[in-house]
Design a protein around this ligand. Structure first.
Ligand code: PDD
Length: 289
């Protein structure tokens, strides 16, 4: 069992307890982050902490720590776990805290609850990357503030489960005929040799992996654009990819039972996926020096 971080303490997971009156438990009143760490180095920590700040501001919870304090605490958490040089995923959650009386309105003088854990990353297998996965399209039934990484994930959970029940890996969401994102991922498409993804807006989470993919496309001089993508364009795409911190860049080779392109991950995916691996390796070498 791993070591976790709870309210300024590192302790074994089984000893980490929060009151049942915590607003995270009662209302889903909190926000979270998922931060990968490769070879002991936190990946794009500043960007994750910026997004965390935006989420906290969006729900009016005060950030209990400065960026330097977060860095120190998360590094300590990583170091406290066995084999900390392996690839880990840090889950970090802040709720509005515990409250003596259940009332929807914010309580006065409550301290946020801060929890973080580190678990080894289990990436999809090489075979899965080589074959790609299937996805289904569903109507995006979520709220209007999807840029906030809220722990209140019931719609995402129900959408993802609908995909799993249909034998698919992810639900790709459409709002009024336009692509937003996946139930737990951002979505890219390749159309006429151009890499496209919907622009940042309150309708989707500004993914950290998404930004890296756009940077890699820029560096490689590959045509790319942040633009609205219609359902028809999604269906006509020669490639579709899902991006997230834990799945990196995964090709969708079947959508609603129909093949995408020739039914195999495409050449643009191959290139960006391998660029991403090089990018990760360079990060390790850079920090090992
Ligand atoms: N989710 N969109 C949604 C709705 C997500 O839940 C995620 C990631 C992303 C991708 O963001 P990033 O590249 O920063 O991981 C987009 C995480 C991994 C999760 O909830 O576990």
């Amino acid at each position: 069992m791993g070591i976790v971080y709870l309210n300024d303490q590192l302790l074994p997971e089984e000893q980490a307890k929060i009151p049942v009156t915590d607003r995270g438990f009662l209302f889903g009143d909190g926000v979270y982050e998922v931060i990968p760490a490769y070879g002991g180095t936190l990946f794009r920590l500043d960007e994750h902490l910026n997004r965390l700040q935006n989420s906290l501001d969006g729900v009016r919870i005060r950030n209990p720590y400065s960026a330097a304090q977060w860095r120190q605490r998360l590094q300590q958490l990583l170091d406290a776990n066995p084999n900390s040089q392996a690839d880990y995923s840090i889950y970090l959650q802040i709720t509005r805290g515990s409250t003596p009386r259940r009332d929807h309105a914010f309580p006065q003088d409550t301290h946020p609850t801060v929890f973080a854990s580190a678990t080894p990353i289990i990436k999809p297998s090489d075979e899965t990357y080589a074959q790609g996965v299937s996805a289904i399209t569903l109507e995006d039934t979520r709220w209007k503030q999807c840029h906030i990484k809220a722990i209140t994930l019931l719609p995402n959970i129900l959408l993802r489960q609908q995909a799993v029940d249909a034998g698919a890996t992810e639900a790709i969401l459409l709002k009024e005929g336009y692509l937003t994102e996946g139930a737990a991922s951002n979505v890219f498409v390749v159309l006429n040799n151009e890499i496209l993804t919907p622009p940042k807006s309150p309708e989707l989470l500004p993914g950290i992996t998404r930004d890296v993919v756009l940077e890699l496309a820029q560096q490689q001089g590959v045509a790319h654009r942040e633009v609205q993508i219609s359902e028809q364009q999604l269906r006509e795409a020669s490639e579709i990819w899902l991006t997230s911190s834990t799945r990196e860049i995964l090709a969708v080779t079947q959508l609603d039972g129909l093949p995408i392109g020739d039914g195999k991950p495409g050449p643009h995916w191959s290139r960006i996926y391998s660029d991403y691996q090089v990018f990760k390796k360079q990060l390790r070498q850079h920090t090992a020096r």
